[in-house]
Ligand binder design. Structure first.
Ligand code: NAI
Length: 246
């Protein structure tokens, strides 16, 4: 059977862990060569050998412009092209608004929003030149519903949705399709700090009654990256979220 991403190169930023890792594994299984870019490649080195040789690792801090430029240059040197970009790097912490410092807000926005801009701006010219490409930005359903202690996170993720739509308008005429995925709560290392009680209470709120798994988000990214599956999606926000937002 034909693999959906046969012969394509995907750059998964934040691909060392959680949702990003599941996307890397899913894309590889569908024939892609995958460049994983992450702040913490150590995590990736522990599981990457399980995958075949069609994977390269690239260090990056998405909050740092020079680091992003060097990473994208490195990926293009290794693979010549980038067909699919997934912006998945992100951080999460809880701070009440009344206690939130400017530094805490700026750090969150610097990684979760500005990082998406920096990577996309660096990759998009190559896609525009080739008149093909898919960009998938991982936002969050919290961009749509807000959350206590998450003013910085919700602001950044809402920004990602706005950025996605603006990019979609500008890049679609060149054959480059940009979309967002806004997952609900997904069991990944990012949620490790949450108490069992918090998780139980949150699960009780969900129509589906349970959190998602990273491997249940990855097929949405695959759909957006594939042709003809994703051909008509432009500037959309897809919500694998257990019914948290409808
Ligand atoms: P994770 O913590 O397992 O993975 C995040 C990855 O981003 C890690 O590999 C980390 O090293 C990398 N990263 C963090 N800061 C970075 C930086 N400055 N430069 C480069 N890489 C950096 O978390 P998870 O859950 O897989 O999150 C992935 C994305 O999904 C994030 O953007 C997150 O906000 C989003 N998301 C997660 C949800 C969840 O419930 N887990 C729900 C909705 C959205």
């Amino acid at each position: 059977m034909t693999q959906k991403l046969q012969g394509q190169v995907a750059l998964v930023v934040g691909g060392a862990s959680g949702i990003g890792r599941a996307i890397v594994e899913c894309f590889q299984a569908e024939g892609a060569t995958v460049a994983v870019a992450d702040f913490n490649l150590e995590a990736c080195r522990q599981w990457a050998p399980e995958l075949d040789s069609r994977i390269t690792l690239h260090a990056v801090d998405v909050a740092d412009e020079a680091s992003v430029q060097a990473m994208v240059d490195d990926v293009l040197k290794a693979h010549q092209n980038i067909d699919v970009l997934v912006n998945c790097a992100g951080i999460l912490d809880e701070t009440p608004l009344l206690e939130m410092s400017t530094e805490t807000f700026d750090r969150m926005v610097g990684i979760n929003l500005r990082g998406v801009f920096l990577v996309s701006r660096q990759v998009a010219p190559h896609m525009v030149e080739r008149k093909r490409g898919r960009i998938i930005n991982i936002a969050s359903q919290l961009a749509l519903k807000g959350g206590v202690g998450l003013a910085h996170y919700c602001s950044a993720k809402a920004g990602v949705l706005g950025l996605t739509k603006a990019m979609a308008h500008e890049l679609a005429p060149f054959g480059v399709l940009t979309n967002a995925i806004a997952p609900g709560p997904i069991l990944t290392p990012m949620l490790q700090g949450l108490s069992p009680q918090w998780i139980a209470d949150k699960e009780a709120e969900l129509p589906l009654g349970r959190f998602g798994m990273a491997k249940e988000v990855a097929p949405t990214a695959l759909m957006l990256a594939s042709s003809p599956d994703g051909n008509l999606y432009v500037g959309q926000t897809l919500g694998p979220n257990s019914g948290d937002v409808m």
